[in-house]
Design a protein around this ligand. Structure first.
Ligand code: AMP
Length: 527
């Protein structure tokens, strides 16, 4: 099937040709004709499947007829994060260049006055994160009575981020007679309930089998002491001959610390997390996309949907708290038919999070055999099942394994370092990775100014320093934040308390605490 068969207008087809696409992806084949017919669509698809073009191309054609009035958008697209909203808006610009549509991107962290000015001129397409959209609505800057098409993108992510009440509110403000397109990567009971609530007699479409070249992401695991993590990352970057990498941390504070540390050690890095000012977030991303920085140290705000081709590595500086985030994180590499590497750095205290991931992906992540980091390796907590090892680069035997690897079976696998793992890459990830992708826009991304983001200092704030020094001398009081946190930690079996031994809560770095409400990315995205 070709794009011409889908019923798109000649000018939109011209936009598609300019983008370099020759064949529609499965989701595009299914969704485009339905949307052009005016049907509601329930799409089970994630980024990487071509779903954005799947809804933007027909929307461009539908909206080509008619004109927008001031402050009354004719269509609304809601996306969970600013970066995803910006990506959708890039798609409109790219495919709609031969149509005369006005578009507004409403995301937190950008000048509201400028967004209001654009709204006043009248927009055909409004692309927004939920918080900023409601904010402008409440200020009377947007009237939603003229909306004829509503797109809810990445519904499952919105659910995870706690945005569903906002989304429900937005939907209640939009006329009932409309066309609704609802996309989600997964379909659980809650997503199904929302789909039933928002859609009318929808047609269900799904991104199915891989479209083109099989892609593999080689996964590997290293277990080190918390204090060795940064050293481990540095050695990995050097040893892996890495081209570029996403380096994921669980906490925004650790993004800052790691970014500062890597920069200090001479690496070409940028940082990205939800507490940074929006212009900086965009700038960091643009620099990484343009290849001006090799390393993007980031929180999970960058885990989903970011479409940057040819990323050679993903390094998990922390095991993600949420197992599904692992799939999204490692899906940043191995895109567009290329191979990718995903290396997870764990500590002995993260066995539960690791087990949850391995149960989700239905395979165990092999240990990385890399001579450069062998001396940093430590065993996982006792009682864990032995784990297969990855062979060293080029298939050699490497140094005799230490620590955890001492328990490994004699017949452990020493297969070449970068061979694909035998366990299947999860279907979800395959669907995301295996679509034929071409991203000319990555290289075109403008870079406006030199990097000037100053992260938080590594020196802890005064109160934290005081609390840390307290811990040297006395058992922490229950009112002490560290003590409360310690109650939620997993202790190594050999931690016995005071005397010659170090209490377990002093051994455990704060990176391993479960997130606190203030740490979550969710509520900062749209402020
Ligand atoms: P998405 O799933 O919308 O995030 O798209 C992922 C990537 O696929 C983007 O870089 C698109 O530019 C690219 N893409 C979308 N449709 C096609 C197509 N029909 N052929 C090749 N690449 C495509």
């Amino acid at each position: 099937m070709t794009f011409e068969d889908l019923g798109l207008s000649p000018s939109t087809l011209k936009g598609v040709t300019d983008a370099g696409y020759t064949t529609p992806t499965p989701i595009q084949e299914q969704a485009i004709p339905l949307i052009l017919m005016g049907r509601d669509v329930l799409g089970i698809a994630q980024t990487g499947t071509g779903k954005t073009a799947g809804f933007t191309l027909p929307m461009i054609d539908i909206l080509a007829e008619g004109r927008a009035k001031a402050r009354m958008p004719r269509s609304v697209i809601i996306a969970p994060t600013r970066e995803l909203a910006a990506q959708v808006s890039d798609n409109f610009v790219k495919y709609g260049k031969y149509q005369n549509l006005c578009m507004a991107l409403l995301i937190g962290g950008e000048s509201m006055a400028e967004q209001e000015r654009v709204l006043d001129r009248g927009v055909d397409v409004l692309i927004a994160t939920p918080g900023r959209l409601l904010d402008l609505f409440e200020r009377g800057r947007i009237i939603l009575n003229d909306v004829r098409i509503l797109v809810i993108d990445e519904a499952d992510r919105m659910l995870d981020m706690g945005f569903i009440p906002d989304v429900e509110r937005i939907v209640s403000l939009i006329p009932k007679i409309r066309q609704t397109l609802f996309f989600s990567a997964t379909m659980n009971a809650e997503i199904r309930r929302l789909a039933d609530q928002f859609l009318m007699n929808p047609k269900e479409v799904q991104a199915t089998a891989p479209a083109t070249t099989a892609t593999t992401v080689t996964q590997a695991l290293i277990i080190v002491r918390p204090e060795d993590k940064r050293e481990c990352v540095r050695r990995l970057i050097r040893a892996e001959h890495l081209k570029n990498a996403f380096i994921f941390c669980n906490r925004k504070r650790d993004v800052d610390i790691l970014f500062t540390s890597l920069t200090k050690h001479g690496f070409n890095a940028v940082g990205l997390h939800g507490d940074m000012p929006q212009p900086k977030r965009m700038e960091m991303l643009a620099r990484f996309k343009a290849g001006e920085a090799d390393l993007l140290v980031c929180s999970d705000v960058a885990a989903r949907g970011l479409d940057i081709s040819a990323v050679s590595h993903v390094i998990n500086f922390d095991v993600p708290f949420n197992a599904e985030d692992y799939i999204h994180r490692i899906g940043r590499t191995g895109r567009a038919g290329m191979t990718g590497n995903a290396i997870t750095i764990a500590t002995p205290y993260e066995s539960k999070a690791l087990a949850a991931i391995e149960s989700l992906i239905k395979s165990s992540i092999p240990m990385l055999m890399e001579a450069a980091i062998e001396d940093l390796k430590v065993p996982m907590q006792s009682g864990d099942a032995p784990r297969e090892s990855r062979g060293p680069r080029g298939g050699g035997r490497g140094r005799e394994p230490k620590g955890r690897d001492r328990n490994l079976r004699k017949d452990r696998d020493h297969s070449p370092r970068h061979a694909p793992i035998s366990s299947p890459v999860p279907a979800q990830l395959q669907a995301e990775a295996e679509v034929q992708v071409s991203t000319p826009q990555a290289a075109e991304q403008p870079v406006e100014q030199a990097f000037a983001y100053t992260p938080e200092p590594i020196i802890p704030p005064a109160r934290e320093r005081h609390e840390r020094s307290d811990r040297k001398n006395s058992r922490p009081r229950e009112s002490n934040k560290w003590a409360r946190d310690a109650g939620r930690m997993e202790y190594p079996d050999d931690a016995v308390g005071f005397g010659s031994a170090i209490p377990a809560f002093l051994q455990v770095a704060p990176t391993f605490l479960p997130p606190e409400p203030g740490d979550a990315e969710a509520h900062v995205e749209d402020e």
